[in-house]
Unconditional design. Structure first.
Length: 118
């Protein structure tokens, strides 16, 4: 497994979670310039892009999560994070990390389930 996601779970509305995705099998020269993203797929819906962070640390967000989610990366640990605050029921989904290297090859993590429920 080249991408290992963790951190999902059950949280109450208004709560927070932090997801992590380790890409330790990639060497730094491949990982550092690559683009990391978090996608999510809610029950019965298509997978959608939630947040992206490029090799130069520029980030972008889906409108639905903007202001609540923060994506970050630690190149020394070869890890990408997704801090999720003010969670609501619509955030319930399987979250997948994604890595796109500079040659256009892409890799997916196995997914981690986030359930927002009271």
């Amino acid at each position: 497994v080249q991408l290992q996601a963790s951190g999902g779970g059950v949280v109450q509305p208004g709560g927070s979670l932090r997801l992590s995705c380790s890409a330790s099998r990639f060497i730094s020269s491949v990982f550092n310039p690559g683009t990391l993203s978090w996608y999510r797929q809610a029950p019965g819906k298509q997978r959608e892009l939630a947040a992206t962070i490029a090799g130069d640390y520029r980030s972008s967000y889906a409108d639905s999560v903007k202001g609540r989610f923060t994506i970050s990366r630690d190149n020394a640990k070869k890890t990408v994070y997704l801090q999720m605050n003010s969670l609501n029921a619509e955030d319930t989904a399987v979250y997948y990390c994604h890595f796109l290297n500079r040659w256009g090859s892409e890799y997916w993590g196995q997914g981690t389930l986030v359930t927002v429920s009271s």
